[in-house]
Ligand binder design. Structure first.
Ligand code: AMP
Length: 197
């Protein structure tokens, strides 16, 4: 089973690379941002509460996203593997994910981190905001707050996987295809390492 955490700040290219990885490895895509946006669209209680935080560029509570991931893992027990996109974003989420996966006798294979500097991120997000319809991509101050949340709360998650020997940084600036090939290389190396264990 291939369980990939695709890591990186907002605008690093996680969505774009996810699409290519899903097609290449037949993975189930679990994006907590997408799951939250569909709750908002459906007008659920959870969606209403999450929206208030998302509109301020802040993270929603751990138990909310962990609960969503837990039910998706349960619904997809025959999957070839998962791509976790935008999750885990805190150490508590990373710990919960490890414990959920161990219940299914599996584990994270590798965390691939897309590395992009803040100026490039802001430019990409403002550009995406012109077409995505996402309110959190249309305001520079809000974008900077999301990047700040990422630096403060989410960056430590990289260290969590580094301690497990699973953290693989990849330069997220360049040709989409080239970046994709580098990610595939990292995945294959990680699978080989786990296979040897
Ligand atoms: P994204 O689509 O991944 O950029 O997420 C959009 C927004 O949803 C974030 O700015 C957060 O407010 C919220 N969100 C998504 N995933 C998580 C998560 N794993 N933990 C907490 N908040 C999240």
């Amino acid at each position: 089973m291939l369980n990939l955490v695709l890591f990186g700040p907002p605008g690093a290219g996680k969505g774009t690379q996810s699409e290519k990885l899903i097609a290449a490895y037949q993975l189930v895509h679990l994006s907590t941002g997408d799951l939250l946006r569909s709750q908002i669209a459906a007008g659920t209680e959870l969606g209403i509460r999450a929206k208030a935080l998302m509109d301020q560029g802040m993270l929603v509570p751990d138990e909310v996203v962990i609960g969503m991931i837990e039910s998706k893992l349960q619904e997809n027990q025959t999957a070839a593997g998962f791509i976790f996109d935008g999750f885990p974003r805190t150490i508590a989420q990373a710990e919960a994910l490890d414990s959920l996966l161990s219940q299914y006798n599996t584990q994270i294979t590798v965390m691939v981190a897309l590395v992009v500097d803040e100026e490039e991120l802001t430019n990409r997000l403002l550009l995406r905001g012109q077409t995505s319809g996402r309110p959190d991509d249309q305001n520079e101050e809000l974008i900077r707050r999301r990047v700040k949340e990422y630096n403060e709360k989410t960056m430590p998650v990289a260290g969590y996987y580094e301690m497990q020997g699973k953290y693989k940084p990849v330069n997220g600036i360049g040709e989409i295809e080239q970046i994709f090939e580098t990610i595939c290389q990292k995945i294959e190396e990680a699978e080989a390492t786990l296979g040897e264990k």
